[in-house]
Structure formats: C-alpha cells, structure tokens
Design a protein around this ligand. Structure first.
Ligand SMILES: [Zn+2]
Length: 312
C-alpha cells in the first residue's frame, strides 16, 4: 500500500515556517552551501536507486510538474518562463567549450532518440570531422572508417586513401620533389637546415641567373612601398662577362673552377662589419647546391650547351 499523502502541501506547518524564516535570513554563501548540500544528498539517493524506483520518481515528478503548470495563470507562466530563460542563459554563458560540446551532443542524442534515429546521420559525422577531439576514440566506429592507404601514386609513389583524388599529391607528376641535397635542406633533415632556412633568400640570390627589371615608379620623398609600372621582366645579359668585368648572375655558372664559382657567390654577400658567423653563407652548402644545379638543372645545362656550340 502506498504511503498516505499529507492533505496539505501548502507548507503551513510550524517546521515549514521556521525554515522559511531561516532561509529568508541566510546569506548568499549560506544559500549556496545549503543548495549544494541538497544536490549532493539528492545525487547520493539517485545513485542508489534501482531502475524501477527511478522510473517511479520521474513519472511522479512529471505528474507534479504537469499539475503545477496546469494550475498556473498566464502571469505565473510568464514569470516562470522568464526566470527559466535567465537561468539557462546564465548557465550557458559560464560553460566551457567542452561543456558546451557535451550539452549539444546530448541534445542531438535526445532529438535522435525521439525521432527513432539509432545512428547519427551523415551530416552529424561531417560536422564532427571539423571538431576533432583527441580524447574521443573513433577507431571502433565501422561507419566512419576510411580504410588504409592502399593506393600508390604512379608518379611520386605517395601512399593515398581510396577517396583521394589522383592529382592531390603531385598533380599527376607535374610537381616533383627537389633533388638532393636541396630536398634534405628544405625538409629540415640535414644538419645545416637551420642556418640554410634562415638565410634561404641569400642562398636563392647567390644562384640567381637573371636580374630583376621593371619601370620603377618614384614619387619623391619617403616611399614605404616598392612600386613598379607595366610588366616586370628578367635581364639576362651576355653569357660571358665583358672584359675587365667581374662575372655576375648567369655568368658565374660558366667559371670553369667550381671553387672560384663558390667564391664569386660568397662575394655577392660580403661578411658584415661585425663578422657575425650566423649571417654568412656556408661554403660547403653553396658548393653542394652548385654541384646539384650543374648536374640537374635544365637551364644551366642548356646554357652550357649553347656556350660550347657558340663560335668563339
Ligand atoms: Zn603523386
């Protein structure tokens, strides 16, 4: 037999009155402490209840809420709703990104349960892909497995997944990785990579074949920008230097002695006054890059051919 309910739930007992007075006089800290203690007690009770007890409690709460709402007037309803809205807004404004994620996931799960969806739709997983969470283990989900990298690009030998487009790695062989030693220098797998990458613009200039040409616009006074008009072009000059002139740009490539070539490149950037080592080009790196260009660069090889076949 269910326990007999009290007829009067209006809290007009002596105990209720004492409590009401005591609560009216308590400070904010005391209220917070009391409520958190209540919450703890409720959590303990709920943790110990069985499925059936829980179902009974929830249905009793739902009935009580429905009865209370049915009896409230328009004004009371408006007050309740606005109080709820402010409480919700306050709670959302203080939640962490993780808490927000958990809340939204929970909402989505609840919505799916109501609709009878047992597995989130494709859109859900699509959005999930942009919200990667390291602590979520998706390896057990059969529906989002993309398989192994079983495909090999015939041009660059890159391993790829089945869904990747053929040209994604090397644009169908149009892009090739630079030869050694440049590849290791760029990939930071060489001991001299650090200093090379720091001075990469100087190294680039040391090997340039042409000079830059354009109609430079000068407007007088201090100009914070470099302004050109019309087209930019590259000045190539003659393959050999004029008499009594030092070889420059492409001409350096035709100095017979590779050591002298390296000297000419180092001369482009004379050591600074304070002779700080970290700002000077490394001779060994220069020599190795120079050798690579002579062996692999199409332009250098064609110009050398042109020079050899030219009438002296
Ligand atoms: Zn490729």
């Amino acid at each position: 037999m269910p326990p007999k309910k009290r007829v009067c739930l209006g809290r007009r007992t002596a105990l209720a009155t004492t409590r009401r007075v005591s609560r009216a006089n308590e400070s904010l800290e005391e209220t917070t402490a009391r409520l958190s203690q209540n919450a703890l007690r409720a959590a303990e009770i709920r943790a110990s209840e069985g499925d059936e007890q829980r179902a009974v409690r929830l249905s009793r709460n739902a009935a009580a809420t429905a009865a209370s709402r049915a009896s409230e007037g328009d004004e009371q309803q408006a007050v309740r709703r606005s109080r709820n809205a402010s409480g919700t807004a306050l709670s959302w404004s203080t939640e962490t990104p993780q808490e927000q994620r958990a809340r939204l996931d929970g909402n989505s799960q609840r919505r799916d349960n109501i609709r009878g969806v047992t597995c989130p739709n494709k859109q859900f997983w699509f959005r999930k892909a942009f919200q990667y969470e390291a602590e979520v283990n998706n390896s057990m989900r059969g529906d989002i497995q993309i398989g192994e990298m079983r495909f090999t690009c015939q041009f660059c030998r890159a391993l790829k997944w089945g869904g990747e487009s053929p040209g994604m790695c090397c644009s169908n062989g149009k892009v090739s990785l630079p030869p050694q030693p440049l590849r290791d220098l760029l990939a930071e797998s060489s001991l001299t990579s650090d200093s090379f990458l720091k001075l990469i613009r100087k190294y680039n200039s040391a090997f340039q074949m042409t000079s830059f040409g354009a109609h430079v616009v000068r407007e007088g006074g201090w100009m914070p920008t470099f302004k050109v008009q019309g087209q930019v072009y590259h000045l190539i000059g003659s393959l050999l230097p004029s008499q009594n002139c030092k070889p420059s740009f492409l001409q350096i490539y035709f100095i017979a002695d590779y050591n002298k070539q390296a000297d000419a490149r180092i001369d482009i950037f004379p050591p600074p006054e304070d002779d700080e080592e970290h700002d000077t080009l490394d001779r060994d790196v220069l020599l190795s890059l120079q050798r690579m260009l002579h062996e692999k660069n199409n332009y250098v090889q064609s110009f050398k051919c042109a020079l050899e076949s030219a009438p002296s």
